[in-house]
Design a protein around this ligand. Structure first.
Ligand code: SF4
Length: 429
């Protein structure tokens, strides 16, 4: 079967989206492509940003390709599934414009993983995959009837049938991904790098998937939840392929880049620079030193609260005191050029104490952000605590709660966001 894998050209006007807006490799589509090719299907990726195509151009290109199956993601790469934009405006507009031109239409992403019926209705696609989608896309391409495949939402007789809970892929043996040269040439962005300007192409890569923790705010219950580590030899193959394509910086999209000595030694031998997100309380000093020697130039560390009780309220399961965490961050800064300590707005944290701690970090050259308000994503434990199992109105409920709760937004959001109903209203016209 011929399959189009689509990352549409994103816009976020009026959105609460606070993820990075630069182009990134659509890892979930790259993963689907290698599995489709291994199963003897033909697959081509289309990426609005990396191909430099606006919405009409990408629709025209896909129609010219003539796919039997068109897969569109509802979030801009796996990197942002946990902090996605709540609205599905862009993929919905894409599917509307594509019409019958792409064969059977399939949506993947965090929206349908949490609320499959509502997302399928909003998007207007034929099928939606809940959870991690790569293997289900292959099964669809194999021609198995959607109603027989677990983990899908399927349009049937004017209704939507959900065939099972969200899916989790095997991942550990996912073959090395490959990216077109022209995409990498256009990929000048080095994600979360602030110590210097890019000197060559950047790329995103995935060494592990999921996380063994269950922080209350973390939206991963329906995807990328269980921790799995990828085979090291496959990772080496993918890294070497990227280096041969002149990539100078890698960003590991892993939810939590856990200490992994063999991978760090592999990176040290290759002398490539890279960035990670992690929990610094899980790194011993000698491993932090190895991290720096391996080429890490950017660490984003989830601290969340400056108090032990605050971290406990978020179910961080952090075994360190705040002063131990502070020392660990300072040690990291001695070995890694850019270190960020992420903070979340926790009502019990004293504002002046938070500012003092941020000053301490700033004096050491570490960026501790203005604490960000929590968005109770439907795939997070916080959503369940507030309202129980997500229903068809979960995104609207979470969005209204978020807008009502905070009069002032964080320093990573500049615009006044709109209610979800307004964002998704009538945009296909
Ligand atoms: S440690 Fe990070 S990835 Fe894991 S649950 Fe907490 S916030 Fe999510």
């Amino acid at each position: 079967m011929r399959v189009a894998l689509v990352n549409p050209p994103w816009t976020f006007d009026g959105s609460i989206y606070f993820g990075c807006r630069e182009p990134h490799l659509p890892i979930e589509l790259g993963a689907a492509q290698v599995l489709l090719e291994a199963a003897c299907h033909e697959a081509q990726m289309f990426d609005g940003a990396l191909d430099g195509m606006d919405m009409p151009a990408i629709v025209e290109a896909i129609a010219a390709y003539g796919p039997d199956l068109t897969v569109v993601t509802t979030a801009p790469t796996y990197l942002f599934w946990r902090c996605t934009q709540p609205e599905v405006t862009v993929p919905r507009r894409f599917l509307h414009l594509l019409g019958e031109g792409g064969g059977r239409t399939v949506a993947i992403g965090p929206h349908g993983s949490a609320t499959p019926r509502a997302a399928l209705r909003k998007l207007g696609c034929d099928v939606l995959v809940c959870g991690e989608s790569e293997e289900a896309i292959v099964t669809l391409a194999d021609g198995r009837p959607p109603l027989e495949i677990p983990g899908l939402a399927v349009r049937a007789d004017g209704d939507v049938i959900v065939t099972g809970p969200p899916l989790k892929t095997r991942f550990t043996d996912l073959p090395a991904l490959h990216w077109p040269n022209r995409w990498l040439r256009n990929h000048r962005h080095h994600h979360h790098r602030f110590d210097q300007e890019p000197t060559g192409p950047g790329a995103e890569i995935e060494a592990s998937r999921g996380c063994p923790y269950a922080c209350s705010f973390c939206a991963k219950l329906d995807f990328r939840d269980a921790y799995r580590r990828r085979d090291l030899a496959i990772l080496a193959e993918e890294i070497d392929r990227l280096l041969q394509q002149d990539v100078t910086y890698l960003y590991f999209i892993d939810e939590i880049f856990l200490p992994w000595k063999e991978l760090l030694e592999l990176l040290e031998r290759r002398k490539v620079e890279f960035g990670i997100q992690t929990r610094i309380d899980l790194w011993k000093p000698d491993m932090i030193e190895l991290l720096g020697r391996a080429g890490c130039v950017s660490v984003e560390a989830g601290v969340e609260s400056i108090t032990e009780s605050g971290r406990e309220s978020l179910n961080k399961r952090c075994r360190m005191t705040t002063s131990q965490l502070t020392e660990r961050l300072l040690h990291t800064k001695r070995h890694v050029p850019f270190v960020q300590a992420n903070l979340i707005e926790v009502v019990t944290d004293d504002t002046e104490e938070v500012e003092r701690w941020r000053d301490l970090m700033r004096d050491a050259g570490i960026w501790a952000n203005d604490p960000v308000p929590l968005y109770p994503y439907p795939s997070s434990p916080d959503y369940g605590k507030l309202w129980g199992t997500p229903d068809d109105h979960a995104w609207e409920r979470a969005h209204a709660h978020y807008l009502a709760q905070f009069s002032q937004l964080s320093d990573v959001q500049d615009e006044r966001p709109l209610p979800l109903e307004m964002l998704e209203c009538d945009e296909v016209a």
